[in-house]
Design a protein around this ligand. Structure first.
Ligand code: FES
Ligand code: FES
Length: 180
């Protein structure tokens, strides 16, 4: 045995099979084997959150996760985020000055998408307070911004996405073609 392990993982919707030394972290596998360098490596000790990706639907530290442990799993990195939640977050991060050097931003966006998607769990009306967002983002560190813009951006994105839902509900179902 040469200490390597073969595992199959779906990354951003694409099935991948990799054979890597058993102790290779998911972060290293994503960055070095697949070139997905949007996943940042900061502390490599599970503290800063820069390496956050989504594993089987939940945000997780890719520096603390072994690539081999993801066998059969589904991984989404910042490169694979798509849809209205991340669109709203990108717009809000820009409008609220939620980044400076950008090192933490991948992890912030991955965690931010999870927060926005859970907004109705976190607040009955989907309007997140800054305090709630600060608590949810506690595992993502930023050395530059002082967090104010980041928190405002997540609050704003949640509000925007929720407003889209309310508007869609008020409009009701789209009438079928040919109906009066
Ligand atoms: S690099 Fe993974 S938590 Fe810091
Ligand atoms: S923007 Fe530089 S670490 Fe967050």
């Amino acid at each position: 045995m040469n200490g390597s392990v073969t595992s199959s993982v779906t990354v951003n919707g694409v099935p991948r099979t990799w054979t890597l030394p058993a102790r290779t972290s998911l972060a290293d596998a994503l960055r070095d084997s697949l070139g997905l360098t949007g996943t940042r490596l900061g502390c490599e000790h599970g503290v800063c959150g820069a390496c956050t990706v989504v594993i089987d639907g939940r945000p997780a530290r890719s520096c603390l996760t072994l690539a081999a442990a993801c066998d059969g799993g589904d991984v989404r990195t910042v490169e694979g985020l798509a849809g209205r939640t991340v669109d709203a977050l990108r717009t809000a991060f820009s409008a609220e000055h939620g980044l400076q050097c950008g090192f933490c931003t991948s992890g912030m966006l991955v965690t931010g998408c999870d927060i926005v998607d859970r907004r109705r769990e976190l607040a009955a009306d989907g309007e997140l307070s800054g305090e709630v967002v600060r608590g949810e983002l506690a595992g993502n560190l930023c050395r530059c911004t002082g967090y104010v813009g980041i928190v405002r951006a997540v609050v704003r994105a949640a509000k925007d996405v929720d407003a889209q839902d309310v508007e869609a509900q008020q409009r009701g179902p789209i009438p079928e073609e040919g109906s009066p």
